[in-house]
Ligand binder design. Structure first.
Ligand SMILES: Nc1ncnc2c1ncn2[C@@H]1O[C@H](COP(=O)(O)OP(=O)(O)OP(=O)(O)O)[C@@H](O)[C@H]1O
Ligand SMILES: [Mg+2]
Length: 506
């Protein structure tokens, strides 16, 4: 007899319906899965066989063929265990049920228990869009699945429980939402700005960067506090909106990085990959494309410490996503896109020895080495950076000062206020921060005070700014004005923004 169960695949970040057809016919016992399964799906045979036997049912000793349709869509991962097992039970008439309107997903363990499965969020979103009335998920993933409003979720902890339910021996298990923490995310464990001595202008630059989602690069001698400063960023970033949180959770869910006990990610991501990372690791890739670090830092921060060490070609691959906020990976089977709207923060020394341009210590690098080092970061890359700030050597008096600086909490409050102005401004446009403005929005929202126009003109000429740099200055000035709750951009806002352009060495 033939049985059909509906399940789901994930392509990129989107779900795609997969029909699991099971046919059992007389013949020599065999168990075949066709329809472009990967190794994890092939291995489902062993898990399903053991799970069925350990759930009080019998595994048919006949010829079993499982077809995953459509056949041209690659099926990866263990989420098909449960639909295949149920298909076999239906086909062998051990269970009778109409599951044509139910989407079923879940990985089985050998004893028949259901395990945490990756990619549940995009799959449930698809089920809801396609009008499936019910979604059956492992109990561990019920909280994640219930983020999709309006979808009916039935959580099960084992195949045996599902069988009993379909045989109407037990009532329908209900998902009991736990305490949903809608409030602000828990205080970040990042270093507090208050503990960093001096470097006030760098702290200010980070505040502006966080307020408008701007890219920033810090340059300075070894031990001046660049890494330390960058690591304080999570403590001043604004919380994510619900939609942003769901976007980020989807990415982590398909990457298998969402912990089983976490339904939704509320903290903005902060990713700091080492410079030995591969191209695919950074931008995403692999035979069956997976999100890279730039997508894992979507809506958060991608921190590249020791920027020049990443190498010229790796940094160049960031140019397109920095502009488009999305990365498209093409393969022979088709292309997938992952969102990559991140805030880039870089830290670097000015030269290999680290003291080029330092007023207190002589640089020992030959000038050819310095220029080769700095050439690893191309002009177009620097052109995409809004804020460029030098982190100088800090002197004893400042370091030995016992007084604490301004706390991250206060800075964060200002950042949140500036972001809420931006949310109002961009209502209905799909943009979330000043850094994302296109030339059209720059024209609409970045009006400069009459008397400040001449400053802008002089800067354009003297600093020989590109058109992109010109727009970047205006966007940055918009953020600086937002931090002061000023409607129109004034001369001192522009002056601060211009000051963040790279000069001298780079
Ligand atoms: N402004 C500061 N206030 C307090 N401590 C500081 C400050 N700057 C540096 N330090 C101390 O110096 C250590 C090294 O700082 P950090 O790692 O941030 O330097 P860096 O600029 O990243 O250096 P490198 O260029 O070698 O990577 C910190 O762990 C901290 O103990
Ligand atoms: Mg460092």
């Amino acid at each position: 007899m033939l049985a059909k169960v509906i399940s789901c695949a994930v392509v990129g970040l989107e779900g795609a319906i997969v029909e699991v057809e099971v046919d059992i016919s007389p013949g020599l016992p065999s168990f075949t899965i066709v329809g472009l399964p990967d190794t994890a799906v092939q291995e489902a045979r062993e898990r399903v066989r053991a799970a069925i036997r350990n759930s009080g049912c019998s595994f048919p000793t006949k010829r079993i063929v499982v077809n995953l349709a459509p056949a041209d869509l690659k099926k990866a991962g263990p989420a098909y265990d449960l639909p295949i097992a149920l298909g076999i039970l239906l086909s062998s008439e051990q269970v009778y049920a109409d599951v044509s309107q139910t989407l079923i997903l879940g990985e089985l363990s050998l004893d028949g228990n259901l395990r945490h499965t990756n990619g549940v969020l995009p799959m449930v979103a698809l089920a809801h869009e396609e009008g499936y009335s019910t979604v059956i998920v492992p109990e561990a993933d019920a909280a994640e699945a219930s983020l999709i409003e309006g979808a009916k979720i039935i959580p099960f902890n084992s195949l045996a429980q599902l069988v009993s339910y379909l045989r109407e021996e037990i009532p329908e298990p209900e998902y009991q939402p736990g305490e949903v923490d809608e409030a602000a995310p828990p205080a970040s464990t990042a270093t507090d700005l208050a503990h960093i001595k001096g470097q006030e202008h760098v702290k200010r630059a980070l505040e502006v960067a966080a307020a408008g989602g701007h890219n920033a690069v810090m340059m300075g001698p070894p031990g001046s506090g660049k890494t330390l400063l960058a690591r304080t960023l999570p403590s001043i970033l604004p919380p994510m909106t619900n939609d942003e949180a769901i976007e980020v959770t989807k990415i982590y869910s398909v990457s298998g990085l969402l912990p089983a006990d976490t339904a939704i990610i509320r903290q903005r991501p902060f990713r700091a990959p080492h410079y030995t990372i591969s191209n695919a690791g950074l931008v995403g890739g692999g035979h069956w494309p997976k999100p890279g670090e730039i997508s894992l830092s979507h809506r958060g921060v991608l921190f590249l410490d020791e920027l020049p060490e990443f190498g010229h070609s790796l940094l160049e691959t960031l140019r397109q996503p920095l502009e488009d906020k999305v990365i498209t990976i093409s393969r022979a089977q088709g292309s997938v896109s992952f969102p990559a709207n991140f805030m880039l923060v870089g830290a670097m020394n000015p030269c290999p020895c680290g003291y080029y341009g330092d007023p207190f210590r002589q640089c020992t690098c030959p000038s050819s080495v310095v220029s080769r080092y700095q050439r690893r970061i191309s002009g177009p890359f620097i052109d995409r950076v809004d804020i460029f700030v030098e982190v100088p050597h800090i002197d004893y008096e400042k370091l030995a000062d016992d007084r604490l600086g301004e706390e991250s909490g206060k800075v964060r409050a200002r950042v949140i206020a500036a972001r809420s102005l931006q949310r109002e401004r961009f209502h209905g446009t799909g943009l979330t921060s000043n850094a994302e403005m296109t030339p059209a929005e720059v024209r609409d929202f970045c009006q400069v005070e009459e008397s400040a126009q001449s400053l802008l003109k002089a800067a354009m000429k003297q600093l020989y700014l590109s058109a992109r740099a010109f727009h970047r200055i205006l966007k940055l000035a918009r953020t600086i004005a937002d931090l002061e709750n000023a409607g129109i951009i004034k001369a001192h806002h522009l002056a601060e923004a211009i000051q963040y352009r790279p000069r001298s060495q780079l």
